[in-house]
Design a protein around this ligand. Structure first.
Ligand code: PXL
Length: 270
């Protein structure tokens, strides 16, 4: 029977990130989807100016309350970009009330990249992300997000000691499993590392010279599908790393397409 996942993140109406990439990717892996949108933006906030933002903090409890009345339950809750710090308590309430007893709570603390917080966010969001990461079964930060969550200094050049420290510090936040993305130790490779307090799983693929918005959301969506479908972590990481590499390759020779990646072609090739 297919698994049921609710994703809690924004709807960026244009720009290939968050909800608009999570849904098609999860569906392509046979996962049933639902959404609890945190806000509606005209575009994502990196690379577009004057974006609009409708905060859905007032609406979210009503949606949740209806689901509780209906007895709706999910196999996983997957959270991403959250634009308002008041929403973190609601996320924890959703975890208590609409997640099945053996369900998984997966947090992508989508709030930062390249050493900086996303433009519309602040340290209150970081504190909220820390709070939900502490209760998560899995967290999926990139290097920058791992630094904000743990108070480590951001380094562009990575070595294993530094990544191990980030990994341990993220684990100490309270999450049962940590996946750090954007791991690169040499100019030829990039990938991710998983840590569950005991064992490490590292998967590296071919480094791509261009980077794009939304790839973190695609990565997390593939990981969420692998987790709910009970695939081995090594296979799930490989799938996610290769998915991103293929998406970037499909996009990088089109100079008109800089806001996201052409992941649809990768879905069609699956
Ligand atoms: O891809 C992460 C993301 C999600 N949602 C919004 C964003 C971003 C990254 O910039 O701005 C609104």
């Amino acid at each position: 029977m297919s698994k049921k996942v609710v994703t809690i993140q924004d709807i960026s109406c244009y720009g290939q990130c968050s909800t608009t990439v999570a849904l098609p990717i999860l569906s392509s892996y046979g996962v049933e989807t639902a959404i609890l949108p945190s806000g509606i933006l005209s575009t994502h906030t990196s690379g577009f100016k004057n974006f609009t933002f409708l905060d859905l903090t007032e609406e979210m409890p009503k949606i949740l309350s209806h689901w509780i009345d209906e007895g709706i339950k999910f196999d996983a809750i997957y959270t991403g970009y959250i634009g308002d710090p008041r929403q973190f308590d609601l996320i924890l309430e959703a975890k208590e009330k609409v997640l099945k007893p053996n369900g998984v709570f997966i947090v992508d603390p989508a709030m930062a990249d390249n050493g900086k917080l996303y433009p519309a966010l602040n340290l209150e969001i970081v504190e909220g992300m820390k709070k939900i990461c502490a209760k998560a079964d899995y967290i999926i930060p990139n290097i920058t997000e791992a630094c904000f969550l743990t108070g480590n200094e951001y380094h562009q050049k990575l070595d294993r000691d530094y990544v191990n420290k980030l990994k341990m510090d993220c684990y100490k936040l309270g999450a049962k499993n940590v996946i750090i993305t954007g791991i690169s130790y040499d100019p030829k490779t990039i990938g991710a590392v998983f840590f569950n307090g005991e064992k490490d799983v590292e998967v590296l693929g071919e480094y791509q010279p261009k980077s794009y918005h939304g790839t973190g959301d695609i990565f997390s969506s593939v990981i969420v599908a692998g987790i709910v479908n009970s695939l081995p972590m090594k296979d799930t990481l490989k799938e996610a790393v290769e998915f991103i590499i293929k998406s970037i390759k499909k996009t990088c020779d089109d100079d008109t397409h800089s806001y996201g990646v052409k992941f649809e072609d990768v879905l069609n090739d699956k």
